[in-house]
Design a protein around this ligand. Structure first.
Ligand code: 13P
Ligand code: SF4
Length: 343
């Protein structure tokens, strides 16, 4: 598609969100990316948190972590360009060892993935021998390699329940763990908040959590919700399960990024407030112009924000940044990811 056509199609959706001059410039870059994508037999996967011009121009597929993992597992292209953060690109590599997986930014981290190491998991396994370990997909490959199964925000409770054991370790997101514990009726403890060993013989728990937090979702509070309910009582409030249980309980709906998008698309309410990363609010507003999206923020994920159209073009031009995972780690991490995909 020529740049003029990309520009026109972006203008229809994004005229209230991105200045027209910027759209024209971004459409030129998007045209080059789309040409190179064909020449290099590449697929571009775009997370729901990508900025509006990128989200609406170059990805072959957009979605949440679970949907994009499935797309990565199914592709027959030679190159996967992951417009998301590093742990997502790593998951694509774990599933596709023979393909080139590119992350357009050098770092693009995540506060949850940074909160735990493989050594931490090994220590927990020593402390709670024989207890199955579930890890949120927001972790690096070496952590996934130490765990029994992965989950995403879209299937966390289902994964936990699939074990049917008395006790389960759930890492590393404290809030997601608390939300899943609440949903599955389990009592949760956090040994990392306590002196080592304190809980090892205490059977008054069914879930063992960790202290990781998403630096974006940690910022939403119950008083944000109360303010909105006071001033705009007809607003439907949606929260990501990386928000605290108090925030989730005070909201009307909680789910993965794609579950929130589907909820808004399939309900007919005048106003919505999204308690999640703010580029996604722009993307939903662009796709649903008849619905009002209230803005609380800007709470932009600084890691997702590292991925730009310019970097995506460079990524394909220079084959950068290539995701590499040592094969012994990849094989063990793949077991965790595949087990999740089979559920
Ligand atoms: P989803 O799997 O819901 O897309 O979430 C990923 C993420 O990092 C949210 O902060
Ligand atoms: Fe990580 Fe939070 Fe950013 Fe998602 S929004 S990538 S969990 S820091």
């Amino acid at each position: 598609m020529p740049a003029t056509a990309i520009y026109e199609s972006m203008k229809v959706k994004l005229h209230n969100i991105v200045p027209e001059l910027e759209l024209a410039y971004k459409a030129e870059i998007a045209e080059q990316i789309n040409q190179l994508k064909v020449q290099r037999n590449a697929i571009i996967l775009g997370h729901n948190y990508m900025e509006p011009a990128l989200f609406n121009s170059v990805p072959d597929f957009t979605g949440d972590s679970l949907e994009l993992s499935r797309k990565a597992a199914a592709t027959d292209k030679d190159i996967i360009v992951f417009c998301g953060v590093r742990f997502m690109a790593e998951t694509a590599k774990i599933l596709n060892p023979k393909k080139t997986v590119l992350l357009p930014a050098k770092v693009a981290g995540c506060s949850l993935a940074a909160s735990i190491t493989a050594a931490d998991v090994r220590q927990l396994k020593q402390q709670f021998p024989g207890v199955p370990v579930v890890t949120y997909i927001n972790t690096y490959a070496d952590v996934k390699a130490e765990c029994d199964i992965c989950c995403t925000s879209g299937n966390a409770a289902q994964v936990v329940e699939s074990f049917g054991t008395d006790t389960i370790i759930f890492l590393p997101d404290e809030y997601l763990a608390r939300n899943v514990a609440q949903e599955t009726g389990k009592h949760i403890i956090f040994p990392s908040h306590q002196p080592t060993g304190k809980f090892s013989n205490d059977l008054d728990y069914q879930m063992i959590g960790w202290h990781g937090r998403c630096e974006v979702h940690d910022r939403f509070t119950v008083s944000d919700i109360e303010n909105i309910r006071t001033h705009f009582p007809d607003t439907v409030i949606l929260a990501h399960p990386e928000c605290s249980p108090e925030v989730v309980n005070a909201s009307d709906f909680a789910g993965s990024t794609s579950a929130m998008i589907k909820f808004i698309e399939t309900t007919d309410k005048p106003r919505y407030l999204l308690l999640t990363e703010c580029a996604m609010g722009d993307n939903i507003a662009a796709a649903n112009p008849q619905k009002e999206m209230l803005r609380l923020c800007s709470v932009r994920c600084p890691h997702m924000n590292e991925i730009t159209l310019e970097d995506t073009l460079q990524s394909l031009q220079l084959t950068q940044y290539v995701i590499e995972i040592p094969e012994d780690i990849r094989v063990r991490a793949a077991r965790s990811v595949q087990r999740m995909l089979e559920i």
